[in-house]
Design a protein around this ligand. Structure first.
Ligand SMILES: NC(=O)C1=CN([C@@H]2O[C@H](COP(=O)(O)OP(=O)(O)OC[C@H]3O[C@@H](n4cnc5c(N)ncnc54)[C@H](O)[C@@H]3O)[C@@H](O)[C@H]2O)C=CC1
Ligand SMILES: O=C(CO)COP(=O)(O)O
Length: 324
């Protein structure tokens, strides 16, 4: 089975590296210069430096090269998903969505965007606690692979997984997506806590109360609690809320130290998805009547509307409530 990986950033390149263990992989890059460089030097210095590309990876900037693939992994930033789905060759091949986010304006999850543009294609979601550089280096990791069709899910897991990249199958596509999208916003909040020097107790409280927000939003969207408590939800939340290797956490770190969001977001080369997801998640939650005060606090900081001290004061002044 030839796999196509659409998007040659850090995560696309790492997933191509994993998938190359079991067969040929076409790695599509939007930039012809990047594709040419990958072919010539066999390393993605711009996005995943220091990792020699496996021989089975064939880089290309030609979308037609994806026509020969049996399944496609879509690994661009979430806000580019619609454009990419419209550009890839048509056909009913399975689409494995690996981007973490919610589309601005439409408020659609990636699977909903894919279903509307590619109604005939089986859709799966791959999500979990996976820093690209660790996965590419062959360190152990595990993900949720969710697809409504369990036979398809097993077939895709058998093609992608290797012993150091374990895939746990699920049929809860929405649940797997919500964990990955919401944790990015909460990782920004955890970075703020660290940057503002609020201490480890505050960080732990924020992870637990942030997880409560993820569960409330997930429940409103029909996600299963066991999925949110698994790799793609709590697992990824813990990873990105505790490491400066997370771009979202690092963005929060800058905000917590008093830097403006505008300055931190200007001229970024790599994506911090939480910055795009936060406002659309807050709007979707408000429309569904779901309280997400931590997400709202992140929105205020990203809009440079309020200082960190004021945002923290507002959170601490919230009325007491039952934990459950
Ligand atoms: N880096 C990581 O460790 C992980 C990332 N992810 C998710 O994977 C997705 C991609 O992340 P990364 O690869 O890390 O991002 P990145 O910033 O390293 O690379 C993004 C890639 O997408 C390309 N791109 C941007 N806009 C595009 C467009 N309109 N059309 C086509 N290509 C476009 C860029 O040129 C670049 O090659 C994100 O949703 C992220 O949350 C998920 C798991 C781990
Ligand atoms: O999703 C990730 C790890 O699972 C990567 O996190 P960042 O996008 O915050 O770097």
């Amino acid at each position: 089975m030839r796999l196509g990986v659409v998007g040659a950033g850090a995560w696309g390149t790492a997933l191509a590296q994993v998938a190359a263990a079991r067969g040929p992989v076409t790695l599509w890059a939007r930039s012809p210069a990047l594709a040419a460089d990958l072919r010539a030097r066999r390393v993605n210095e711009a996005y995943l430096p220091g990792i020699a590309l496996a021989d089975a990876i064939e880089p290309s900037a030609d979308l037609a090269a994806l026509d020969a693939c049996d399944a496609l992994l879509l690994v661009t930033p979430a806000q580019a998903m619609r454009a990419v789905l419209g550009a890839i060759p048509s056909g009913g091949r399975p689409l494995i969505l690996c981007s973490k986010g919610i589309e601005a304006n439409s408020r659609l999850l990636m699977s909903e965007v894919a279903a509307s543009l590619r109604p005939g294609a089986p859709i799966a979601v791959l999500s979990g606690p996976t820093f690209a550089h660790e996965v590419a280096a062959g360190l152990p990791a595990a993900v949720t692979l969710a697809c409504a069709d369990s036979d398809m899910c097993e077939a895709l897991a058998a093609r992608i997984a290797v012993p150091t990249f374990r895939a746990y199958v699920s049929d809860d596509v929405i649940g797997a997506e919500i964990g990955g999208a919401v944790k990015n916003v909460l990782a920004i909040a955890c970075g703020v806590v660290e940057g503002a020097g609020l201490g480890r107790n505050a960080a732990a409280a924020l992870i637990a109360r942030g997880f409560a927000e993820m569960r409330r939003f997930g429940a409103a969207r029909g996600a299963r609690m066991e999925t949110l408590a698994g790799l793609s939800g709590l697992g990824d939340l813990v990873l990105t809320c505790t490491s400066t290797a997370s771009r979202n956490y690092s963005l929060g770190l800058g905000l917590g130290r008093g830097q403006s969001a505008a300055a931190l977001l200007a001229n970024r080369r790599t994506v911090a998805e939480g910055a795009f997801t936060a406002p659309v998640l807050a709007a979707a939650a408000a429309a569904a009547g779901v309280e997400m005060p931590i997400v709202q606090a992140v929105c205020a900081l990203l809009a440079d509307e309020a200082a960190v001290e004021a945002v923290v004061e507002r959170l601490l002044a919230r009325p007491r409530r039952a934990e459950g």
